[in-house]
Design a protein around this ligand. Sequence first.
Ligand code: UD1
Ligand code: UDP
Length: 358
Amino acid sequence: MRIVHVLGTRPNFVKMAPVIAALTRRMPDADQEIVHTGQHYDRMMSQIFFEQLGVPAPDHMLEVGSGSHAVQTARVMERLEPLLVEDRPDLLVVPGDVNSTFAAALTAVKMGIPVAHIESGLRSYDREMPEEVNRVLTDAISDQLFVHSEEAIRNLEIEGIPAEKVHFVGNTMIDSLVALQDRFHPLEACRQYGVEPGGYLLVTLHRPALVDGPLLFEAISALNLVAADIPVLFPVHPRTKARLAGEVEISPGLKLVDPAGYLEFLSLESDAAGVLTDSGGIQEETTYLGVPCFTLRDNTERPVTVELGTNTLLGLDPARIAEIPGLITGGGRITPRPPPLWDGNAAERIAEQIAPKN
Ligand code: UD1
Ligand code: UDP
């Protein structure tokens, strides 16, 4: 069997590492190739994840880099197609909802190559999110749809996706976290940043709806005020960093730092008093860890993190950041209630489905 995995961004690497490993264990003789689109390319957005997660070096680098949605999508398609013509894989595997995901799936499906989509069925029902368009389109053309929550099954049913294509396997991003627990828990990475375990608010913000407009500066003003109550540690995504390049006033308690390595970031999450984010994956990781999470968005494609987990939707309203110190004071850890099948074995279930043994 010949399989091509296409990855391009920080969360893709986390979601795919366990899948590639599980397929390699199950089919040591299969021909598996890793294609890195190059959508993310800074060392701390890309290479560090291969190193820390033990993902083999990519066989092909497409080097598409940054650009508009059309440019990024088109470059992936143009550069992937010749590789697929040569390789003729039996299956193409893509994770998540980024431009690289949809571009690769569309390229393959037009060539008659079956597509497996990891993390299918998530819906924010907000088509202004570029990811929502990628999710709907990728699911519509995939052959095997691997989902990690029950609402995802319902979302796909509503869109008329045949049930036999849909497999409830669990969450591969949580597989990666579980696999590295013994390494990140003792790290106390927060001390490198001069803050104490349990004594800081961790922040990540990168969604265009927030950071590409004036709301980002409202969020920074609110964080400056919160930092008087509790230190704030903010590893800044490159999209956000580019927007903050001008004159922005930062109070002493607000630490803007570079993106953290994956192990370091998991350590920062697990030791935080709370997390403020608009990330998808971080809503899930905090749910698993039992760390209070505040999501600065109007909606989430991951409602299970609100229903069973630790996630509170604040709305796309930076003024509400002021409430966070009051909400986390004395809160301590919440006993984690991981959603069904968020157990560290999702990738094994995917491998069994892709390569059933008779
Ligand atoms: C992308 C995904 C988003 C995902 C996020 C994960 C799409 C439409 N968006 O958003 O769903 O949540 O990745 O982090 O696919 N940049 C660098 N160095 C890098 C990468 C990016 O400097 O290594 C800067 C560039 O200025 C670039 C900007 O970040 O223009 C945005 O990068 P891009 O990949 O287009 O989108 P993200 O915001 O990262
Ligand atoms: N992450 C990281 N370093 C950081 C910020 C995030 O390693 O500085 C990890 C985080 O643990 C999670 C993933 O990156 O596994 C989430 O990626 P991101 O928030 O960029 O994307 P999203 O999940 O929103 O698509």
